[in-house]
Each structure stands twice: as C-alpha cells, then as structure tokens.
Design a protein around this ligand. Structure first.
Ligand code: PDD
Length: 284
C-alpha cells in the first residue's frame, strides 16, 4: 500500500505528488516545516507545533495558508488515510514554501501561492527503550536564525553525515565555544543532580520536546537551568541526553573519545524518559 500525502489541495499517492521546478522551496529552500509525532492517531502537542509553525512563517514574512483548525483537520486526514499501513503511531512532516513564480529570481515579484505538503511515516513504538548513543562535537556552521524551522538544512545534513561517517550517532554543536544543540535535537546536561540546557535564542530551535522536558523536570521537583554551557564543561557532565519529537530522549554516553559519567544510561535520563512516557500515556 502506498503512502497518501496532501499536496496543494489534493490527497494523492506519494509517487504522484509532484512540485514545480520553479517552486521557491526547491530553488531557494524558501520555506519552513514541522515534524509532529502522532501517537494512537492523535497528534502530540499539536498546538505547540502549530504555534511554532506560525512563528517560523511570521519570521520569513509568509502568511499561513491555513488557520489552526484547518491544519489540524488536514493532519488528521493524512493520519487516517495512512493508518492501515503505517500504523497508529506516525510522524507527520509538513512544509510550507513560498510557492512558484514564472522564472527563477531572488526577489519575490508577484504574490505566489504557498505550496503545502503534508506527509507521514511510521513512528517507532512510543514505549521507547533507551539506546545509548555516541556524539561528536562539531562547530556549528549554520546561519544565525536557527530558531526558524527552515527547510534550508544543508549545514545540518552535512554535519550529521560527517558525524555518521565517523561512526557517531549525532553531532553536538558549539558556537564560540558554547553548546548550541544537536544537528537535529536539543541537548541537556546533568551535573551534580542539576539539569542544564542552553537558553532559547536565535542559535537554537526552541524544541517542543525540550519545553516539555523542562515542564516535567519542574513537576518532579528537579532543578533545571536554561543557561549557557561552555564546551569545556561537557566532559565533566554526569549525564547528557538529546531530545526531539521523533527520537524523544536519547542518552549520550560518550562525546568523541570521552566517556560521559559512568558510560551507561544515567538515573536522571531514565527518570525523565519515564516521566515523558507517563505524560504521554495519561494523554492518550
Ligand atoms: N528536528 N533542534 C533541531 C536543529 C532540530 O532539527 C530538532 C527537531 C530539534 C528538536 O525539536 P522538537 O523537539 O520540536 O522535535 C531541535 C526534527 C525532528 C526534524 O528535523 O526531523
């Protein structure tokens, strides 16, 4: 069975979904996106994801083609159309580009109609088992507006590909010797039972999972600090984890050749990860 996607007003088989070569998303990466996890057919934290989508769109001067309710309806429809073969846990990918014009030019001339794509894939089981991962530290070579969830991910993909080629699971990035985030994740660092994560700024994506983890830490009476982290502090950490909507929480047990903490999944990582699973199961 083939995946059904939503593209510019139509629900069609993925292999028939085609876009113009003149689309500004294709030519200039002129667009933004979201990735929303779906558990048991229900989009998780959809309001927060759509708020971030609206924020990204605003920051690139592109009005949203739909209001919140219309986005939710379209997402539900894509989930329902794929549930039989993808299952009830899915990962929704949606993107909005500025659309196409009669020829390629940097400046937007007319008022092009945005292109909208919504597609889905299977999301691995929500009762996630934690898998220890190894990361490598790399200089953050991205632009200065990483708070926008831009489809221009060339730097992110170069970084992860280079990390993977060297046998690592994630690239952890730094700018001016300060930790920013992972190539497609946010980062948390535990030291002496206190939890640290870089503050929201133009240098990181304000992750929806990051926000939820902070909420859960506070609910569990844990001390969490959103503050700058120097990369020299990393080898001294007791625990490190990365997080995202699709990977949830992944323990980082080594950075380059340095073992973090005991080299095994740490107690706070386990605790926060179960708190996240509990939070999800209460909602579903
Ligand atoms: N990326 N930082 C970056 C650079 C990311 O690409 C992501 C997620 C995150 C985590 O954000 P969230 O918790 O809202 O998923 C942080 C998605 C999953 C992706 O590009 O596929």
């Amino acid at each position: 069975m083939t995946d059904i996607v939503y593209l510019n007003g139509e629900f069609i088989a993925k292999e028939h979904a085609k876009i113009s070569v003149l689309d500004r998303g294709f030519l200039f990466a002129d667009g933004v996106y979201e990735v929303i996890p779906v558990y048991r057919k229900t989009p998780f934290r959809s309001k927060q994801h759509l708020t971030r989508l609206f924020d990204s769109l605003k920051k690139i001067d592109l009005p949203s083609p739909f209001d919140e309710q219309r986005w939710l309806d379209l997402i539900d429809e894509v989930v329902a159309l794929n549930v039989e073969h993808l299952g009830e846990n899915q990962s929704i990918y949606l993107q909005v580009t500025r659309g196409s014009e009669p020829y390629r030019q940097h400046q937007v001339m007319a008022k092009p109609k945005p292109s909208v794509l919504i597609m889905s894939s299977t999301l691995k089981d929500s009762a996630q088992t934690l898998t220890p991962q190894r990361a490598t530290l790399m200089e953050d070579i991205r632009w200065l507006h990483c708070d926008i969830k831009s489809i221009a991910l060339l730097a992110n993909t170069l970084l992860i590909n280079r990390a993977k080629a060297q046998g690592f699971d994630e690239a952890i990035l730094y700018r001016d010797n300060e930790l920013t985030e992972g190539a497609s994740s946010n980062v948390f660092v535990v030291k002496s039972d206190k939890i640290y994560t870089p503050p929201k700024s133009q240098f990181i994506l304000g992750g929806i999972t990051r926000d939820l983890i902070i909420e859960l830490c506070l609910q569990h009476g844990l001390e969490v600090y959103q503050q700058r982290i120097h990369i020299e502090e990393l080898p001294e950490a007791d625990e490190i984890w990365i997080c995202s909507s699709t990977r949830e929480i992944s323990p980082i047990v080594a950075i380059d050749d340095k073992i973090i903490g005991s080299g095994e999944i740490g107690p706070l990582t386990t605790r926060i990860s179960s708190a996240l699973q509990d939070f999800k199961s209460q909602l579903l």
